[in-house]
Write a protein that binds this ligand. Structure first.
Ligand code: UDP
Ligand code: MG
Length: 325
């Protein structure tokens, strides 16, 4: 940090963002030109876009040596694209992570850098307000309540991907090998000194949200299952509870029988509800086990998180830092 002109890399995953790409490049260029005492790099990751995003950004990378573009061979999803960006940005003194859609204003980056220069290793941009509404917003809130309760490493509900990592923090993150990645959770896990910088989250500059609701639900599940064993423990607890109740009910009927109380042929409703209820509980149990097992299977397979198809820009000629590329 004593470096008078630290290198700051801005990592941005891009998927079908042709509508915002020119504006994104313009605002980043303005920031880079202003300098703010840093040497800037933009590491754009094209996550298999099906529109002209890659073409536009490739042109930008050829035009301006401060921009580089890493193109993935298909759509691997936001978390993988982010991991690709982080891998290619290693070596910078600080790495900023942000969305392409300009919901995270690039103009805030100097403040993030300032907080880092004051000694924080991880700077999180904290939303004063959230632009989303309706189902998405309710979903985000539900997730944060759940995650806060379940995880040993809670994350603030008003922080997301947008933020800055020091070189050390970025390296620590890079060493986490897991395939189901939930960035805010991993960032909380690695520790370090954390600082928050408040900002107002913007509306998307253009285009549509590229994260489908289904994807977001999957990240939420990844977040919960990779950071908590509570679902498993809950199964044990409910098993103990149901077994206890079963034992008491059994005892009750045995005693009645021994006392010579006649058994009338009623109770069909009770039996059928109990059978279905217990069957349901067992299936849920198997489902929860399956969630963990499936994740373990993915880890065991050791597939790379992403495949790079092409790398354009200043750093392209340098040997890549990650052996997996
Ligand atoms: N994105 C990506 N891969 C995907 C989906 C999205 O790299 O499969 C990028 C997208 O281009 C954007 C960021 O991830 O830069 C966040 O996506 P979006 O704005 O759709 O999500 P939200 O703001 O709703 O979280
Ligand atoms: Mg967005």
């Amino acid at each position: 940090m004593a470096d008078p002109s630290p290198t700051v890399a801005v990592v941005i995953p891009v998927f079908n963002e042709e509508a915002v790409a020119p504006e994104l490049c313009r605002r980043l260029t303005a920031l880079f030109d202003a300098g703010h005492g840093c040497t800037w790099r933009a590491v754009l990751v094209d996550d298999g876009s099906r529109d002209r995003s890659a073409e536009l950004l490739r042109a930008q990378a050829l035009r301006d040596p401060r921009f580089e573009l890493v193109e993935l061979s298909r759509n691997f999803g936001f978390q993988s694209a982010l991991a690709a960006g982080l891998a290619h940005a290693q070596g910078a003194d600080a790495i900023v992570t942000m969305d392409a859609d300009l919901q995270d204003p690039p103009e805030l980056i100097p403040e993030l850098v300032a907080a880092w220069q004051r000694g924080a290793d991880i700077v999180r941009a904290a939303r004063r307000s959230r632009a989303e509404a309706g189902v998405r917003r309710a979903g985000f809130e539900l997730f944060h309540v759940l995650f806060g309760r379940l995880s040993d490493f809670p994350i603030e509900s008003n922080t997301g991907t947008f933020g800055l990592l020091s070189q050390e923090a970025a390296m620590a993150l890079q060493r986490l090998p897991e395939r189901h990645r939930f960035f805010p959770g991993l960032r909380a896990w690695i520790g370090f000194t954390v600082a928050d910088v408040a900002y107002d989250r913007q509306e998307r500059a253009a285009g549509m949200p590229q994260q489908t609701l289904r994807r977001l639900v999957r990240y939420a599940l990844d977040g919960i299952f990779s950071f908590s064993h509570l679902p498993l423990r809950l199964l044990t607890y409910s098993g103990l509870f149901i077994a206890g109740v079963g034992f008491a009910v059994g005892l009750f009927f045995i005693v009645r029988r021994l006392l010579g109380v006649e058994i009338a042929f009623t109770g069909f409703t009770t039996i059928i509800s109990l059978v279905l209820f217990l069957g349901g509980v067992q299936l849920i149990g198997i489902g929860v086990l399956g969630e963990y097992l499936g994740r373990m299977y993915d880890e065991v397979k050791q597939r790379p998180l992403y495949v790079v198809k092409r790398h354009t820009g200043s750093a392209a000629s340098r040997p890549a830092s990650s052996p997996r590329d």
